[in-house]
Design a protein around this ligand. Structure first.
Ligand code: NAP
Length: 247
C-alpha cells in the first residue's frame, strides 16, 4: 500500500486545548503542520525540540486578530513549504456575561478573532489554494451558534455567522476542488470551558446522552474525516460533534 504524501496543514490556535489535539492528529498522520498562537506553551516547545518533527512542525507567535501578524504567519508557511493543503480555523475566544452588562471591548475581542480574523486569514489561504488547485477548509464553530446559551450571545452570534460563512464559501469554491466545512463541538474539557461553573458542567453532562464532556480527540477525529482526500463530496456542512446533547 502506498503511504499518502504529506500535506501542508495550517491550524490556528494550536498551542493548547482543541487546537493542540488537532495539531497532534495531523503530526500523527505524517503531515507538515504550522500553527500559531499569541504565546508558546510547553507542548509547543516539546514539538519544536522533537528532532523527528524538525521539518514537519512550524510554530509562529502571532495574534491572528492583527492583520499584519496573520499575514506574516501565512507568508512564513508559504515560504517554508509552498502550498497549503488544509486550513483549520480553530483559534477562538469566548467572553461570557449577559448582554446588558457586556462591554463593547469584550464584544470587539470576540468578533475580531472568531469572525473577522477567520475571514481575513481564510482569504489569504484561499488565494494559495486556488493557485495550486485545491484544498480543505474546516471552521471550528460551536453548538452555541445553533442552540444559544445564556451569557454567550456575542460568542453564539460569531459562531452562527461562521456557519453562514462556511456554507457560502463552499458554494464559491466547490468547483475549484476546495471543500469548506464546519464542526460544531459540544462542551469540551479545555481552558475555554473553565468559564462554566461546576454546576453548569454537571448539568451539561447530565443532559448529554454520551454522559461526558468532549475531549479534543473527539473533534480531531471529525476534522480528519472532513479533510480526507476521498471526501470531496462533503462540503458546505456543519457537523455537530456533541455526544448527542443537541439531538
Ligand atoms: P482554548 O483552550 O482557550 O485555546 C485557544 C487557542 O487559541 C490557544 O492556543 C490560544 O493561544 C489561541 N488563541 C487565542 N487567541 C488567539 C489569537 N488572537 N491569535 C492566535 N491564537 C489565539 O480554547 P479551545 O476550547 O481549545 O477552543 C478552540 C476552538 O473550539 C474555539 O474556536 C472555540 O470557540 C471552539 N469550541 C470550544 C468549545 C469548548 O467547550 N472548549 C466548544 C465548542 C467550540 P494564546 O492564548 O496563547 O493566543
Amino acid at each position: 500500500m502506498n503511504t499518502p504524501a504529506p500535506r501542508t496543514v495550517v491550524v490556528t490556535g494550536g498551542s493548547r486545548g482543541l487546537g493542540a489535539g488537532i495539531v497532534q492528529s495531523f503530526l500523527d498522520a505524517g503531515d507538515r503542520v504550522a500553527t500559531c498562537s499569541r504565546s508558546a506553551t510547553d507542548l509547543v516547545e516539546q514539538w519544536q525540540s522533537d528532532e523527528a518533527l524538525a521539518d514537519r512542525f512550524l510554530f509562529l507567535k502571532a495574534d491572528v486578530s492583527d492583520r499584519d501578524q496573520a499575514t506574516g504567519f501565512v507568508t512564513a508557511v508559504v515560504e517554508e513549504w509552498g502550498s497549503i493543503d488544509v486550513l483549520v480555523n480553530n483559534a477562538g475566544v469566548a467572553r461570557d456575561g449577559v448582554l446588558a452588562l457586556f462591554s463593547d471591548d469584550d464584544a470587539d475581542t470576540v468578533i475580531d478573532l472568531n469572525l473577522k480574523a477567520t475571514i481575513s486569514l481564510t482569504r489569504r489561504v484561499v488565494r494559495n489554494m486556488l493557485a495550486h488547485g485545491g484544498g480543505r477548509i474546516v471552521n471550528i464553530s460551536s453548538i452555541v451558534g445553533l442552540t444559544g446559551y445564556r451569557g454567550l450571545s456575542v460568542y453564539g452570534a460569531t459562531k452562527a455567522a461562521l456557519d453562514g460563512f462556511t456554507r457560502a464559501l463552499a458554494r464559491e469554491l466547490g468547483s475549484k476542488s476546495i471543500t469548506v466545512n464546519g464542526i460544531a463541538p459540544g462542551y469540551l474539557r479545555t481552558e475555554m470551558s473553565h468559564g462554566l461553573d461546576e454546576g453548569q458542567l454537571q448539568q451539561i453532562v447530565r443532559r448529554t446522552p454520551a454522559g461526558r464532556l468532549g475531549e479534543p480527540d473527539d473533534i480531531a477525529r471529525a476534522v480528519q474525516f472532513l479533510v480526507d482526500p476521498r471526501n470531496d463530496w462533503i462540503t458546505g456542512q456543519v457537523l455537530v460533534v456533541d455526544g448527542g446533547l443537541t439531538s
